[in-house]
Design a protein around this ligand. Structure first.
Ligand SMILES: Nc1ncnc2c1ncn2[C@@H]1O[C@H](COP(=O)(O)OP(=O)(O)O)[C@@H](O)[C@H]1O
Ligand SMILES: [Mg+2]
Length: 254
């Protein structure tokens, strides 16, 4: 199982927020939300909602659903990097009982992050029902008995779709649907990422995004993978050729 975790006492989140404020001169909640998720481009409104969810004293459970490369995982990564009292699980490499077993070591965790929760099989999803309602974890099996109560933890999770999620699990989440980027946003986000990560001139970044769009591609991951191959002296024809070759050898199911 892949997981990373940090623990901190319960009031530390609030302390962390108030400590950050004077240093960065950020005042409103909206500004703090934008700063918290500053690695992510766009989604200003959603950033504020997630930030409010993080700060809330209540039992907030949020599921981000959407197509690949819409920054769902990046949202969880930002939370994981910036907050210390949270645990992160990649459900692709985890099982429900595995997560629960690990939580026995992180009983005071405030936020449980689960990336691609739809990868848990349906039987394993059941373990979260009680946890999300009451914080209680009860597993009674012949060789495995676990029974403890967590203090009102929140679950923030991602999923490509909701088809593979049991209805009771789905209904315990507030679901936020991220849409595939519009052509305009795809170009804006690509240009932002390529110029900031690879220091390409924005006109060249826009060209790469535009060429991919023309090929019917809107996956930011592909933009970044192609950008890694471009050299400073490549001309437009060369860049076109690299993109064509890259796409030629891609699995059509990607
Ligand atoms: N709005 C965005 N801002 C910054 N990076 C983004 C954005 N959208 C996608 N990316 C980049 O695209 C890649 C895929 O994002 P990721 O969060 O893994 O997507 P998802 O989990 O939705 O499939 C990452 O490298 C991420 O940095
Ligand atoms: Mg992801």
């Amino acid at each position: 199982m892949i997981f990373k975790s940090f623990k901190k006492d319960k009031s530390s989140l609030q302390r962390e927020q108030s400590e950050q404020q004077p240093q960065s001169n950020i005042h409103t909640l909206e500004e703090r939300a934008l700063d918290f998720f500053n690695e992510i481009y766009s989604y200003g409104d959603l950033k504020e909602i997630l930030y409010r969810g993080i700060l809330s004293e209540h039992n907030v459970n949020i599921l981000l659903v959407g197509p690949p490369a819409t920054s769902k995982s990046l949202f969880l990564q930002c939370i994981h990097e910036k907050l210390k009292d949270c645990v992160y699980y990649d459900a692709v490499n985890s099982s429900g009982p595995g997560i629960i077993q690990d939580l026995t070591n992180h009983r005071n965790t405030r936020i449980i992050l689960i990336d691609e929760i739809d990868k848990l099989n349906r039987k394993d999803q059941v373990v979260f029902y009680n946890l999300m309602e009451t914080g209680e974890i009860i597993i009674t099996k012949k060789d495995n008995k676990i029974n403890f109560t967590m203090d009102n933890p929140k679950i923030f999770a991602t999923s490509n779709g909701i088809e593979h999620l049991n209805k009771p699990l789905r209904s315990r989440f507030s679901i936020y649907r991220l849409q595939e980027y519009s052509d305009k946003d795809f170009i804006k986000i690509s240009v932002h990422l390529i110029t900031s990560k690879f220091h390409f001139p924005s006109i060249l970044s826009a060209l790469i995004a535009q060429l991919l769009l023309e090929k019917g591609e809107k996956d930011i991951r592909k933009v970044l993978n192609i950008a890694k191959l471009i050299r400073p002296d490549d001309d437009v024809n060369k860049i076109k050729k690299i993109i064509e070759t890259y796409l030629k050898y891609q699995d059509s199911h990607d």
